[in-house]
Design a protein around this ligand. Structure first.
Ligand SMILES: [Zn+2]
Length: 399
């Protein structure tokens, strides 16, 4: 049973997990490929040991050394850093960062102002839908708008997802470039005191925003029903603050307060009010041309931790690391399958290593699928790298 997980079993189970189940070979191949032009040995790894002892600037030359290090230190958590111009364990004081995957960190705690089912560390299948929307929107933007191919999606272990982009252009991108990508993907602006956080103007919508809205629309009714954005007077109040026109706001307020509390019915009523209002107030509509879209985005669009994306040497939890608090494996998943993930079905170290657990068989299967997903990504990355190196060699011959 998932609920029986006990942190105290970690020291006994981790060595077995690392030996039998952690995909060490794929892990080293994935990092080696992303290390060009520098070798695997210049990559920083960091371990969190029992009692929160923290080891930074570790490095490995090959899989054998990695295996030995895992057995010796038995990390409760495993993080990955940047690739330096020298072995990070040796020259860390004047080491320069040469490469690093472009990464994204999306965490449900950043959705606490909109999600109503859970708060803080809690997560359920209802609020997981926000992660599904985020994953689909960002994945499409990375592929279609930036042309990236080697995009790895990983469950963070508790309440979020990580994305690692290993394309050469991504891992050699400089800080301003990373900041530009992060800013491009940010539509929600302003802190706690700002009621309306999305402003799309009145020109035609950018194709990436239209594409994001198509994703949101697939899940919007479900999310509105799950989260009941409009059902209590407090939530209704925050919602009404997003309507900039006073006349429309008053009208909507009167109509919604008169209705039963179902959020989906109230939302439909609001959309009707808005459409009617637009017909009758053509010239006043410019400032609210995309109000429906703006509200949908404010409720559902990805909320990124941009500092993780902008920073070169921000450490990020490794795929297949175990979350020390939940025991869950940071499984690799395909973005198209994010919607099928059930939180209870994510393997834990406990269920994987305990044959008598009722979840054992299913969690074993899901673990194998996660490793297979990782393998596919590593193989296609190696292929792309081979092509890139060949092209690079040919180009340099020509001059
Ligand atoms: Zn929830």
């Amino acid at each position: 049973m998932v609920g029986q997980y006990d942190e105290n079993v970690l020291p006994d189970m981790l060595p077995v997990y690392y030996t039998r189940l952690f995909p060490q070979n794929l892990f080293c191949r994935w990092l080696s490929c992303g290390n060009s032009p520098q070798p695997l040995s210049n990559r920083e790894l960091s371990f969190t040991l029992a009692d929160d002892v923290y080891l930074r600037y570790l490095s490995i030359n090959n899989q054998k050394e990695f295996f030995t290090l895992l057995q010796k230190k038995c990390p409760h958590k495993l993080d990955i850093g940047a690739v330096y111009n020298t072995k990070p364990s040796v020259g860390r004081h004047d080491a320069v960062v040469l490469a690093r995957e472009l990464v994204f960190d999306i965490d449900l705690t950043d959705y606490d102002e909109v999600r109503t089912c859970c708060q803080e560390a809690k997560v359920c299948d209802k609020c997981w839908k926000f992660m599904v929307v985020a994953c689909e929107i960002i994945n499409a933007a990375l592929k279609d708008d930036f042309g990236f191919q080697s995009i790895l999606w990983v469950f963070s272990g508790r309440r979020g997802i990580h994305c690692w982009i290993s394309d050469y252009e991504a891992r050699t991108l400089d800080s301003p470039g990373r900041a530009a990508v992060a800013d491009y993907l940010c539509l929600i602006m302003g802190g706690e005191n700002q009621s309306k956080k999305v402003h799309l103007g009145s020109d035609n919508l950018h194709s990436s925003i239209r594409r994001a809205l198509i994703v949101i629309d697939k899940y919007f009714d479900d999310i509105v029903q799950d989260q009941e954005f409009l059902s209590t007077s407090d939530r209704l109040k925050s919602f009404l603050k997003m309507i900039p026109d006073e006349a429309l706001r008053k009208q909507v307020q009167e109509n919604l307060e008169r209705m039963p509390t179902s959020s989906i019915d109230r939302w439909k009523c609001f959309v009707n009010n808005y459409n009617q209002f637009c017909k009758e107030n053509l010239h006043g509509m410019r400032k609210m041309k995309y109000l429906i879209e703006e509200i949908k985005i404010q409720y559902c669009y990805p909320r990124l931790d941009v500092n993780v994306t902008k920073g070169f040497n921000h450490l990020l939890k490794s795929p297949f690391s175990i979350h020390p608090k939940t025991g869950k494996v940071s499984v690799v998943f395909k973005p198209d399958n994010a919607k099928d993930i059930k939180l209870d079905e994510i393997p834990t170290i406990y269920t994987l290593l305990d044959d008598s657990s009722s979840d054992n068989v299913q969690h074993q299967t899901n673990m194998r699928t996660a490793v297979k997903n990782f393998q596919e990504l590593v193989f296609s990355l190696e292929k792309a790298e081979a092509v890139r190196r060949k092209t690079e060699a040919n180009t340099s011959l020509e001059f």
